[in-house]
Design a protein around this ligand. Structure first.
Ligand code: GMT
Length: 377
């Protein structure tokens, strides 16, 4: 099939999923055309059957105080769909990608028939899409897509509840993980393994784009309580608005020396392999891709019991899920997981096994099947 994919290229789950999907579809022999304003962060080198088309942002005019990206995107989607004779335009994160795809499809008219698939990822439904400036256009674009998927049952239900489009028939296709890349450290790896913590220290890792929804200062607060009781370091990968707050909190709690801010790291698998515990404190998380990637690397996950996380992390089996905001409970659980070697080893094994259910080779065929059904309609 000839598939166009649109996503945000920035550091974050939806861009990671779209890029991994592009790579997997390319490996499976499909022709994939990624359309965005910059190459997604996980798609920076040559990949079989995958090409990138940059949305032109150069058009300026004094009147255009705010550049109309959605229109430029629709123009590029239309152009690529026509030239490459795309069968499917699959957009990740509804805003503004789904309305742009709708417009591109309308512009194609009878020149070329294309089907639009929209994948909902999280805050496009739970936060941004609910804003009065976006609500009606998000609802419209979801309803007019030829197929809609959500990355968890939680997100599907939230969409029905918030947007009321029960007739949309949203299919749940969970996120997936490339187990060749996200794998536990093998004994033979030890020479190349990233070593971050000084000997005798536990390593806690958090990866995100540091938006408010991620509550990164809470990650630091949980770590500070762990640090009181055992030698440990906290490694924070990613960047975003809450980075200064998190750094300030580390200073305030007197743990700054043990908190490492790495900034945006592309090779997160290597970092995860060096972790003893993966920590999330998000207010909402529709899936938690990084939690899945941590489990695939054999790292137990400690997170709040919110959103779609229970569909990924098995509480008490592959990690622990604690009521949102219970930082004391999280710290106690972290200490337990880090001190009980048998419990840690069993969670490590269980996480690796659970991640296999989300293997790229199991999940990507679900998208292929959806594309075929949509094309046949
Ligand atoms: O919706 C977002 O917040 C954006 C998105 C991203 O690009 O970071 O994250 C969401 O999509 C990921 C991939 O499907 C999920 O793993 C994240 O749980 C989800 N984030 C939230 O729901 C906060």
């Amino acid at each position: 099939m000839r598939i166009g994919l649109t996503c945000y290229p920035t550091y974050g789950g939806s861009g990671a999923v779209a890029a991994e999907l592009a790579l997997a579809l390319g490996r499976r022999g499909h022709e994939v055309h990624v359309i965005s304003y910059s190459s997604p962060f996980r798609l920076r080198s040559f990949a079989e059957n995958v090409s990138f088309h940059e949305v032109d942002l150069s058009g300026t005019y004094p009147l255009l105080e705010y550049f109309p990206y959605s229109l430029a995107l629709a123009v590029k989607q239309h152009e690529v769909a026509l030239r490459e004779q795309l069968d499917i335009l699959h957009v990740h994160y509804a805003i503004p990608h789904a309305p742009a795809a709708f417009l591109a499809k309308q512009m194609l008219e009878e020149d070329h028939e294309i089907k639009v698939v929209t994948t909902l990822h999280g805050t496009d439904i739970t936060l941004v899409g609910l804003e009065s400036s976006f609500f009606t256009v998000t609802k419209f674009a979801i309803e007019r897509s030829d197929a809609v998927t959500a990355v968890s049952a939680f997100l599907r239900d939230a969409t029905y509840q918030e947007f009321g489009c029960v007739a949309c028939g949203i299919e749940v296709i969970p996120n997936f993980v490339n187990l060749d890349e996200f794998r536990p450290a093998a004994a033979s790896d030890s020479a190349e393994c990233v070593r971050i913590a000084p000997p005798g220290h536990k390593t806690l890792v958090h990866i995100s784009n540091f938006r408010e929804v991620k509550r990164v200062p809470d990650v630091v607060r949980v770590f500070a309580k762990v640090r009181e009781r055992m030698p440990a370091i906290l490694v924070l990968a990613g960047d975003g608005p809450q980075r200064p707050d998190a750094a300030q909190e580390a200073e305030r709690l007197d743990v700054a020396e043990d908190v490492r801010f790495l900034g945006k790291v592309d090779a997160v698998a290597e970092l995860l392999r060096a972790a003893d515990l993966y920590l999330l404190a998000s207010r909402s998380e529709s899936f938690g891709l990084s939690a899945l990637e941590a489990m695939a690397c054999g790292v137990p996950v400690l997170a709040p019991k919110v959103g779609g996380l229970p569909e990924v992390v098995e509480d008490g089996v592959t990690g622990a899920l604690i009521p949102l905001g219970d930082l004391e409970g999280m710290s106690q659980k972290a200490l337990e997981l880090l001190s009980d070697t048998a419990l840690h080893a069993s969670m490590r094994r269980a996480g690796i096994e659970r991640a296999m259910q989300f293997d790229t080779d199991h999940i990507v065929p679900l998208y292929e099947d959806l594309y075929r059904r949509v094309i046949a309609r």
